[in-house]
Design a protein around this ligand. Structure first.
Ligand code: AMP
Ligand code: ZN
Length: 472
């Protein structure tokens, strides 16, 4: 590792003659915010109003330069040589299928500097992807990368209706997690008063929201659910005493049912926000005011959906694994990255007029799917069922066990305060209903255990919804 760091730092790695990245400047992404072509609807109207044709032409140019740039990294130069791939042979986005895939394990094995295309002197920031197991993945940014990223986030938030004059509270972990600083700079770029309240500190979060009339927030769904109980405890009326207008909610999967619960409780409009550290962080795909899918910013990312087993592209409308290419990143281009996130491209045009492709809500990750008694299950299916039952509270966990070679699935569910004081008969009937509804959705019968409100473990970051004790 130290050897790698040395070689990138000074010896074999020469400063890039590519310091001005032509495509960035051609398309205006590094202009300061007041130079933007902004109007009431669009943050960046020339880019947001591109036609399909325009997007594809733009992408072709960007793809060619990013391939050239990627070939400077140790990882891609070796990879291209090994498989006999000539990056100069790509003449349009149609050829993207010939570019090799990149996987998480490649990033892990090349840790920390194997993907770098710039000398360390040109780097300004590093984040680490939030995976909890295995070797971490480090992502680096140059000044231009940070500019592009802040601008993408400003564009996302503006699209949903956030405006200068709004007060933005970011209830997201700062530090290595991209949701903190990523949104901070995006919100400042947009021109909102930005409060970096960070993760945790539930009561303080509510006080800040109330005292400073926070109108826009960014938060992970599990924390927003948890805050509901805190708000009730504090006897605050969220609809009367808070001024929330827009909530950007993402960083972990959640169902439409959870969106509805949050909207009903807080009286806020929830916009799905998607991103991943390998592609900068948040700002990759967001919902517009139509809320029919999340627009991927195709001036910054090339998006594909593949069948995870055959690796072949799937037609629009069909679910598969999301694959993404950074089209503009200087420090660390990543090509055809297999995100493991399952979604589909929504066919047809969006009512907002933007032609940038839309992906559907993330259904889960291929690595989260588990097989129980021969049936494939995603934690999201369990959530959809639970959150449709009014007596179910805001937290649950799925525990998988194996005893005498037989697998067993247990769903622990917090009930609401109101239900918890009910008699045993009522509780038993709720338990049975949950088991029945889960069986209807999953085709296996799980054990269901009802637990008291606020009794399941909470994490400050992304929620752990699945504990698989079968793996030894
Ligand atoms: P991180 O390592 O923190 O960058 O996590 C990125 C991952 O978080 C993505 O690959 C997704 O699995 C998940 N994620 C981010 N945003 C969303 C979202 N809106 N819906 C579902 N999953 C999401
Ligand atoms: Zn739209």
């Amino acid at each position: 590792m130290t050897g790698e760091s040395r070689s990138v730092n000074s010896e074999s790695f020469q400063p890039s003659p590519f310091i001005v990245y032509p495509s960035l400047f051609t398309f205006g992404q590094s202009k300061s915010s007041n130079q933007k072509m902004r109007d009431d609807t669009y943050w960046d109207s020339p880019i947001e109003t591109l036609t399909r044709d325009g997007i594809e032409k733009l992408q072709t140019g960007l793809l060619k330069s990013i391939l050239e740039r990627a070939a400077r990294s140790r990882f891609y130069s070796e990879k291209f040589r090994k498989i006999g791939f000539d990056p100069g042979s790509v003449s349009s986005v149609e050829d993207a299928g010939r570019i090799p895939f990149t996987e998480k394990k490649d990033l892990r094995e090349s840790y920390p500097y194997g993907f770098l295309c710039e000398p360390k002197e040109r780097l300004l920031r590093m984040h680490i992807s939030s995976g909890t197991t295995g070797q971490a993945v480090a992502v680096f940014y140059t000044k231009a990368d940070l500019e592009v990223w802040a601008d993408l986030l400003a564009r996302c938030m503006y699209m949903a209706g956030a405006r200068p004059g709004d007060t933005f509270q970011n209830l997201s972990g700062y530090g290595l997690f991209t949701g903190g600083l990523g949104f901070q700079y995006g919100a400042e770029r947009l021109g909102m008063l930005t409060i970096p309240s960070g993760a945790g500190n539930s009561k303080r979060q509510i006080q800040i929201m109330r005292d400073f009339s926070t109108s826009v927030i960014h938060v992970i769904p599990s924390f927003l659910l948890l805050l509901m109980d805190v708000i009730k405890e504090m006897k605050v009326d969220p609809q009367k005493e808070l001024s929330l207008r827009i909530a950007f909610v993402g960083a972990e999967p959640y169902s439409e049912e959870v969106r509805r619960r949050i909207e009903d409780f807080y009286g806020v409009k929830v916009y799905n926000s998607y991103g991943l550290s390998e592609m900068n962080g948040p700002g990759v795909a967001f919902e517009c005011a139509c809320q029919s899918g999340l627009h991927v910013w195709e001036d910054a990312y090339l998006v594909e959906i593949i069948e995870p087993d055959t690796l072949e592209p799937v037609p629009d409308g069909q679910y598969g694994e999301l694959v993404m290419t950074t089209l503009k990143r200087e420090a660390m281009p990543i090509l055809r990255y297999r995100t493991r996130d399952l979604t589909r491209i929504l066919p047809g045009e969006c009512g907002c007029g933007r032609a940038h492709k839309r992906i559907d809500r993330i259904q889960g990750r291929t690595d989260d799917m588990f097989i129980i008694k021969g049936v494939n299950v995603f934690p999201m299916q369990v959530e959809q069922v639970l959150m449709n039952i009014p007596e179910v509270g805001n937290n649950y966990v799925i525990v998988l066990n194996r005893e005498n070679n037989v697998d067993d699935m247990m769903v622990r569910v917090e009930v609401t305060d109101r239900v918890f004081v009910e008699d045993m008969r009522k509780l038993e009937s709720i338990r049975k209903r949950i088991a029945h509804d889960l069986k209807g959705e999953l085709l296996v019968t799980p054990k269901v255990e009802l637990v008291e409100p606020n009794s399941l473990p909470r994490s400050e970051g992304k929620a752990t919804r699945l504990i698989d004790r079968r793996v030894v």
